[in-house]
Design a protein around this ligand. Structure first.
Ligand code: ADP
Ligand code: MG
Length: 423
């Protein structure tokens, strides 16, 4: 179904069209069929399916029907600053032919700008829970005036521990029947459902569990490769294809760290994500990654869980997942609506065992490619790694050290060791 079949205000439709949207996504179609009538909705749909426009179009269209003086405001609660900025941008684009004020409110920046904006009057405010609460407690943000409420990325908000803040925000608002509320999430877990039941007004529950397990727009490939040359193949692929970014999965934390180091030693800007880092630090790594500060992120499933990493050009299963469902979760992080992405998997003697299960789970055979010898690149990190391992081994170092002292840590040995791996 097309946006122009919705009988939207012409100026809103113009914004939508100029944004490049003509046909609605499934979640937009299902959500708008309820929310344009003024109904509340709790919506589950995968990342990248177009939830943002679903609520923004609802808000703008419904706002347009209201006379200016007593018009209520819209409030969109999101987990992160980046998402707030992103939604603000989308709102500005969609409403470019409308006369609404859009504002963004998050912590970590000074108040004056945000206060001036609120004084002028903001029709649609997007913000993170802490700052919104702050602004409301100081009397600058009037929650009673909220006529449209969106809780976006609810699963992530709750994962990040924002539930108490959200409850306080909700407590400051008029009762659910006095506004239109929408909750959006990639998963509708128990908490989301409870919040929806408690704070939404007889919401429609809309759930779009993925129709197909893998997305058509993802190009999948598989290489059968021995463990000890996986790194060479990875390096060769990165050299040859030069992806803008890639998320690389390993099955173990220590291999994630080691592989990220190896990529660095081979001239690729890489970091690893480990589950033992505090959430705030993991989010910072993700933000830096998404901002392009480095191009390759090596992660385990555990470390990547609950974090929204998407809009990727490439996902690489350096180790095939042992939990078969994770194959779908991993590769689904590439290929946002309208874009195509690539998923490359390595099946080695150790982790290739689950390939059959994965293929029966996704109900398709992953196309196999044979890597030409030229695709295997030299690993410049190998020597370094062997040196480090040799260094870590207790030595009976009778020989005098030939350290020149240049940029070397005390005791670091640089003699050439025999290049045998200590296994
Ligand atoms: P979600 O919130 O579900 O993760 P987004 O709202 O961020 O998804 O949208 C994902 C991408 O799809 C964005 O790049 C957005 O511009 C694009 N998009 C959204 N709706 C449409 C549409 N109807 N047609 C084409 N692209 C769309
Ligand atoms: Mg979203």
């Amino acid at each position: 179904m097309y946006f122009n079949e919705l009988n939207l205000h012409p100026s809103l439709l113009r914004g939508i069209t100029e944004r490049g949207y003509t046909e609605m996504t499934a979640v937009q179609e299902q959500t708008l069929s309820q929310t344009l009538l003024g109904k509340d909705a709790a919506v589950q749909s995968q990342t990248g399916t177009g939830k943002t426009a679903a609520f923004l179009v609802t808000i703008f269209e419904r706002m347009l029907g209201r006379a200016t003086p007593q018009r209520k405001r819209a409030l969109i609660i999101v987990p992160t600053r980046e998402l707030a900025v992103q939604i603000e941008g989308e709102a500005r684009l969609l409403s470019r032919h409308l006369d609404f004020t859009v504002g963004c409110f998050f912590g970590g920046v000074g108040y004056p700008g945000q206060l001036a904006l609120l004084k002028k009057g903001v029709d649609l405010a997007v913000g993170t829970p802490g700052r919104l609460l702050d602004l409301s407690e100081r009397g600058h943000l009037r929650l009673k005036e909220v006529g449209w409420l969106v809780i976006d990325e609810a699963d992530r908000l709750f994962d990040m521990g924002f539930l108490p803040d959200i409850k306080r925000l909700l407590a400051g608002m008029a009762p659910p029947s006095a506004r239109q509320s929408m909750l959006f999430s990639a998963t509708l877990n128990r908490v989301s459902r409870r919040i929806a039941a408690e704070y939404l007004n007889h919401p429609a529950f809309i759930e779009l569990t993925p129709e197909q397990l893998t997305v058509d727009t993802i190009t999948q490939r598989l290489y059968h490769v021995k463990s000890h040359i996986k790194a060479n193949l990875l390096l060769g692929i990165l050299h040859q294809q030069k992806p803008r970014n890639a998320l690389i999965f390993t099955n173990m934390r220590h291999s994630a760290a080691r592989l990220a180091k190896k990529l660095e030693l081979n001239g690729f800007r890489a970091r690893h994500l480990s589950g033992d880092l505090p959430q705030s630090q993991r989010l910072r790594i993700i933000d830096d990654f998404m901002a392009g500060k480095f191009s390759f992120l090596v992660a385990t499933d555990v470390a990547a869980r609950g974090l929204h990493i998407d809009d990727l050009e490439m996902v690489i299963n350096y180790d095939l997942p042992q939990d078969i469902e994770n194959y779908v979760h991993r590769i689904g992080r590439t290929a946002r609506a309208g874009n195509s992405g690539q998923a490359i998997s390595f099946a080695c003697e150790r982790f290739g065992k689950h390939l059959d299960d994965i293929e029966s789970f996704i109900a398709m055979k992953i196309p196999v490619e044979t890597a030409a010898a030229s695709l295997f690149a030299t690993d410049n990190g190998l020597e370094h790694e062997l040196k480090m391992r040799a260094h870590r081994r207790p030595q009976n170092s009778g020989s005098p050290q030939r350290n020149s002292g240049r940029n070397q840590r005390p005791g670091m040995r640089w003699e050439r060791k025999p290049l045998t791996s200590p296994a």
